[in-house]
Design a protein around this ligand. Sequence first.
Ligand SMILES: Cc1ncc(COP(=O)(O)O)c(C=O)c1O
Length: 352
Amino acid sequence: MTRLASRWKGLTSLPHVDLGIVETPVEVLPHLSKDLMTEVWCKRDDKTSPLYGGNKVRKLEFLFGEARARGAKTVITVGALGSHHVLATSLFGKQAGFEVHAVLGPQAPTEHVRENILCDLAADAKLHIVPSFAFVPPAVQALNLQLRLLGKCPFIIPAGGSNDIGALGYVEAGLELAAQLDRGDAPETRAIYMPLGTGGTVAGAAVGLAAMGITAEIVAVRVTAAALANRHALKKLVYSLVSRLQTHDSRFPDVRDLALRNIRIDSSEYGKGYGLATDAGRDATARAARDGLIVETTYTAKALAGLLREARNRYKGEKVMYWHTLSSADLSPLIARAPVVPRSVQRYLDAR
Ligand SMILES: Cc1ncc(COP(=O)(O)O)c(C=O)c1O
């Protein structure tokens, strides 16, 4: 695979650590296309890195860049027990030479969650589990203080890596897709479906695509609570992102309104809550498997379910895209190397 060809010079001159991301292909999903009588294309961000793909590594290139620019050798981040963001931070943090601490809140302990925890431990991440999300901010503050007393100066990465630094990774991804459309390596589609969790993926992609004049509808399938993932939060993120880009390079276009206009939030797949399986998600999982695509309960099954629900009626005979944000890297060698799970962690994995 080729190294990113589409890297905008302005982005590379922002603080940035090269984590070896490759340009991800856009491929047709033949079985889903036949079922829906609509061409379904997939942006394969599961392949961003052979170490661990998915959406998080793109954000981490910029977050680690900023951490390094500030002289930090330690990072603290947060997430739910089985957080993909925490796992990516653990793996790539180790690769980039950071000590990684993660404060984790509760999540239904599925097998996927358990495997992610094992990989965090195999990557030497220090896990600090709290019994409720309400305890996460004070736990981060306490940990920050504790590490400072030890002479470290930790850099704090927010949930999902979604701030105006992390989301730069998805601006770059938007530019990458725009370049693929331009070269004919991907088709123009009416809509692009992706999960909406903490918002950095959607906000960044919307800004990157809008900057290249692409007006496809970005359907942000909400998988977290509306208090976290909503239009206001996306607006704040898009505004701060464009402002950061324009401060860095005044030629970056003011695409705030266009980017926001292109985003539609779809809340129909949320179901009973974050991380809880839905029937539509189960159906999407089975259908995706026939095209060799593995999705998981919390994010990607629900995003794909949103596409399945709408595509046949809205886009019959047209083209739509699903942006796949879950890693497909094989984690079994890491899982095999994982140390014994400490009792303090195991009790959260046993809880049902
Ligand atoms: C596989 C996967 N897809 C999508 C998302 C959502 O991305 P964001 O938090 O940027 O909205 C996440 C977030 O953890 C994720 O793990």
